[in-house]
Design a protein around this ligand. Structure first.
Ligand SMILES: [Zn+2]
Length: 223
């Protein structure tokens, strides 16, 4: 599980490569997180005791999804006659693409790059992740979200943007750091039982990250 917050930070770090078009960078950062929303499907399947097989790193991590998103927003721009929808689509496409590439390189899992064609590209099939590392990677999601919010706050403070929201974003960062500590303790002291609560809070944190990103789009787009 490569941390969604880490993807978002890579999205932010890539800001200088992109032209300063309205909603483009917002799209890049949202697109960097978007593929991991497939964990909603995993959560629903887990709760309904259905199979989670083929849900993560498949339909949201496919190159066809990148094309579909870009085309969809292109038509949205045509219909609404607003260029920024096209910029958002291009940004989302670039963000999703960066996410897929990073997933392939990092954190020991394959990606179904051409879903719905079932083929998994996996550079890590030789490696089996020990439990302690798996626990650290899961709980590290909260750490990465916290660092992402922290990064947004420091950019905002430097550029004087989103002034009225900085303290709120800082609060979210502290909350994520706190959750990280709590769940590290739980993961290493409890044999099971913590993962369901963790899963729920993880999804909540992912939604919060999407919300904070949209709320702080001025900060993101001020390079
Ligand atoms: Zn992913």
């Amino acid at each position: 599980m490569p941390q969604a917050g880490l993807h978002a930070m890579v999205g932010i770090a890539s800001r200088k490569w992109f032209p300063g078009r309205e909603w483009l960078l917002l799209g890049v950062v949202l697109g960097s997180m978007f593929p991991d929303l497939d964990n909603i499907a995993v959560a629903v399947a887990t709760l309904t005791k259905a199979s989670t097989e083929g849900l993560h790193r498949t339909f949201t991590h496919s190159l066809f999804t990148v094309v579909a998103v870009v085309v969809l927003f292109y038509f949205l721009a045509l219909v609404s006659r607003k260029l920024k929808w096209n910029s958002l689509g291009l940004g989302l496409g670039a963000g999703i693409l960066m996410h897929i590439l990073l997933d392939l390189v990092l954190w020991f899992n394959g990606v179904e790059l051409f879903w719905p064609i079932r083929f998994e590209l996996n550079f890590w099939s030789w490696y089996s992740v020990p439990l302690w590392l798996e626990n650290l990677l899961s709980t590290g999601e909260f750490l990465a979200f916290g660092l992402f919010f922290w990064m947004l706050v420091s950019i905002a403070a430097k550029n004087g943007t989103d002034k009225e929201y900085q303290s709120m974003a800082r609060l979210w960062a502290y909350l994520m750091f706190g959750l990280f500590v709590i769940f590290v303790v739980m993961a290493f002291t409890m044999s099971s039982g913590w993962f369901t609560i963790y899963g729920g809070l993880y999804l909540l944190a992912l939604f919060i990250a999407v919300g904070v990103t949209i709320r702080m789009k001025t900060t993101i787009e001020t390079v």
